[in-house]
Ligand binder design. Structure first.
Ligand code: B12
Length: 213
């Protein structure tokens, strides 16, 4: 558990755009034994949610929100060596965001979480067209595909990606996640055979820990 004070300090540095201080904060937490999941959820995710709320209420500008996101992406790179510590387990995943979905930090954290569990991951990032994803799946079939969707308006595009992935590979395990799927909005996805909604990194870790092809 990351101490609330450490979170507040990091948030102040993030909003202030002090990348060096953010680096020092994250390094200190790593050295103190923080796990990747703690950093991802309790620090990076929690602080970006707070930045989003403060941007939404007009307290922070779009520029500060962009700055905080880019610093967070730098921090993900800082902790990336820890992601690669485990030996590869021979499984492959493709992680992508829906078409028109420009929120990619969550998808990237999902990709890094899988990689930290020993998976080889292709992360395709923001705004991936459904047909591009389906062609990659057909060309290099993975064990799992994960699709991230944040904005409710992008749910139809995410559903198209899921359906095209299912058509390309009838037996592929498909998981979906992201903020748009909360409040019971996953029903259409769950109606597609072999699709599962995963709502947290803990659930994702549990899924891969008891993985059966
Ligand atoms: C940064 C940001 C942006 C950046 C994104 C840049 C980037 N490189 O990603 C930019 C500037 C592009 C952006 C644009 C917009 N944004 Co914005 N943005 C944010 C902000 C502040 C942070 C997003 C983030 O990275 N969160 C942190 C990550 C780690 O959290 P996460 O995505 O939830 O992911 C975690 C879990 O959900 C889960 N997960 C996610 N995906 C998956 C997938 C699988 C398979 C699994 C297992 C798990 C999983 O695991 C992750 C790690 O724990 C959020 C605030 C928020 N609440 O998130 C607003 C927010 C998401 N944005 C919002 C809005 C409104 C917009 C715009 C519509 C604004 C506009 N008018 O243009 C556009 C839409 C663009 C688009 N079409 O996608 C609203 C959405 C409201 C809503 N309910 O729909 C939010 C919530 C802000 C707010 N409080 O109002 N945004």
């Amino acid at each position: 558990m990351i101490a609330p004070r450490a979170v507040e300090e990091y948030l102040a540095h993030l909003i202030g755009g002090d990348r060096r201080a953010c680096r020092d904060d994250v390094q200190r937490l790593l050295d103190g034994g923080a796990t990747l999941r703690e950093l991802y959820e309790q620090l990076f995710q929690a602080c970006l949610y707070r930045v989003g709320d403060r941007w939404h209420s007009g307290e922070l500008s779009v520029a500060v929100e962009h700055l905080a996101t880019l610093i967070t992406e730098d921090m993900l790179r800082l902790v990336f060596p820890r992601v690669l510590e485990r030996e590869p387990n021979g499984r492959r995943a493709i992680v992508s965001c829906a078409a028109e979905e420009y929120h990619q930090v969550g998808g990237r954290i999902v990709a890094d979480t899988l990689e930290a569990a020993g998976w080889a991951v292709h992360f395709l990032g923001a705004n991936t067209p459904a047909d591009a994803l389906a062609s990659m799946l057909a060309a290099q079939p993975p064990d799992l595909v994960a699709i991230s969707v944040t904005i409710v308006d992008n749910l139809p595009a995410a559903l198209r990606a899921v359906r095209q992935a299912r058509a390309a590979l009838p037996k592929l395990r498909i998981i979906v996640g992201g903020q748009a799927l909360s409040d019971g909005r996953a029903a259409d996805f769950l109606a597609v055979p072999g699709v599962q909604r995963v709502s947290s990194l803990a659930e994702l870790d549990a899924l891969v820990a008891r993985w059966e092809p």
